[in-house]
Design a protein around this ligand. Structure first.
Ligand code: FAS
Ligand code: PHB
Length: 386
């Protein structure tokens, strides 16, 4: 088998890259270890920056998104008995959209179908520092080899791509947070605005997917087991973490999905090794507090697809050579903002009431300063890709 770009991983980064390259006439094959159904069954991100919405729309993926997605002018933060609306529209003119990653995956799956090899196991990149890299994998017990010009590592945090970069060439930065997020989906009308809560009992978030599908999260201990949390226990804890004026507006109901996500900040540098290019969670992870993970995967694909198309259209490597630096500049901005917002809103074990009071003081300062709010709005809404 031969293609121009071998893409490892069929999540949002891998499928979006394949789709954008296909629109430009660049061939690719996506090697995904799971089944299509398994990938579609994962419930993850829910917020798209304007740059992401514009890019997906420009690439023909906007029809359902712009019809079903819920546009928001900003998000709210609640603490003690206070509530502050961070007005992204007012300060940046860049609203964001609530549209579940699951739907993006479905929209991408619909346009990438025949380029994806699902249940591709033991995927291994080879000779990525040569001019003739290739990837081996097994499918239904049969070994295969895919020759290519480039390998795109879009295989997430636990993927294989990053591991083929020799330790001497890779620098990794990591911060693991001492808690996770327990999230549920419920077929209930969501709160009108995304609302984050800082509370002495821990962080909470009220979000949405559709007018009849809500997404809620609470901070839980990092060793929490799902079966420790009945729906009743979840709702009681969630409502306790919001001011009564907000809690009274939350409609509870049976969960239709329940999962726990660990929280970490992680960056691998560089995002390139020879003809291997990393994109998305394969290169970086952010705590979901800033709603940046999926958006960074999309911005990586924006930069990498442009670079690959320049190579095939014009024979130039300038954007390929610049890719890692350009992508990492945006990545570190999002990593810093997500870290800052996570530090501001979560209960850190063993850091006692002092940390809580510092957080509340910073939130009071945020509420009193339009300049501060504008700076937060700019980072939450996300800047243009270029
Ligand atoms: P993904 O991890 O989505 O996709 C990688 C793909 O590669 C997977 O399909 C995997 O099966 C495949 N793969 C892995 N190893 C392979 C191998 N060796 N061979 C072949 N295929 C392989 N972001 C937010 O903004 N908000 C959120 O609330 C949020 N919640 C999250 C909850 C969880 C549990 C997780 C894990 C992530 C969450 N994220 C959230 C971040 C998430 O949305 C990611 O940023 C996004 O999925 C990144 O997309 P990809 O880079 O494509 O990686
Ligand atoms: C979500 O709707 O899943 C969501 C929203 C905002 C975040 C994280 C997750 O910061």
């Amino acid at each position: 088998m031969r293609t121009q770009v071998a893409i490892i991983g069929g999540g949002p980064a891998g499928l979006l890259l394949s789709h954008v390259l296909d629109l430009a006439g660049v061939e690719s094959v996506v090697l995904e270890m799971q089944t299509r159904q398994y990938v579609l069954g994962r419930v993850r991100a829910g917020v798209l920056e304007k740059s992401s919405v514009d890019f997906l729309t420009e690439k023909g993926l906007g029809e359902r998104m712009n019809r079903e997605g819920l546009t928001h002018e900003g998000s709210a933060i609640a603490w003690r008995d206070k509530r502050l609306f961070i007005d992204c529209q007012k300060y940046t003119g860049r609203p964001f959209m609530a549209y579940g990653q699951t739907k993006i995956q479905e929209d991408l799956d619909a346009v990438c179908g025949d380029r994806v090899i699902e249940e591709a196991l033991d995927v291994t990149p080879h000779d990525v520092t040569s001019d003739v890299p290739y990837v081996t994998f097994t499918k239904n017990g049969e070994e295969s080899r895919l020759d290519c010009d480039f390998v795109a590592g879009c295989d997430g945090f636990h993927g294989v791509s990053r591991t083929v970069i020799p330790q001497g060439f890779l620098k990794e930065y990591e911060r693991i947070y001492p808690f996770g997020w327990l999230g549920i989906l419920s077929e209930t009308p969501p709160v009108p605005q995304l609302t984050y809560a800082n509370h002495p009992r821990g962080f909470a978030l009220a979000s949405q997917r559709t007018p009849m599908l809500s997404r809620y999260y609470i901070q839980v201990a990092e060793d929490t087991k799902i079966d420790e949390w009945s729906d009743d226990r979840f709702w009681t804890e969630l409502l306790a973490r919001f001011p009564a004026t907000i809690a009274d507006g939350i409609v509870t109901g049976p969960s239709v999905e329940k999962s726990i996500a660990p929280l970490r900040s992680f960056v691998a540098e560089p995002m390139r090794h020879g003809r291997l290019f990393l994109a998305g969670d394969a290169a970086h992870i952010v705590p979901p507090t800033g709603a940046k993970g999926l958006n960074l995967a999309i911005s990586d694909v924006y930069y990498l697809s442009k670079a690959l198309i320049e190579y095939y259209d014009e024979g130039k490597t300038a954007q390929l050579d610049a890719y890692s630096g350009v992508a990492l500049n945006r990545v570190w901005g999002a990593v810093r903002f997500s870290w800052w917002l996570t530090e501001l809103l979560h209960l850190f074990p063993n850091q006692g009431e002092f940390k809580q009071r510092i957080q509340e003081s910073e939130l009071d300062h945020l509420a009193s300063s339009e300049r501060f709010q504008a700076a937060v709005a700019e980072q939450y809404a996300g800047l243009p890709f270029d």
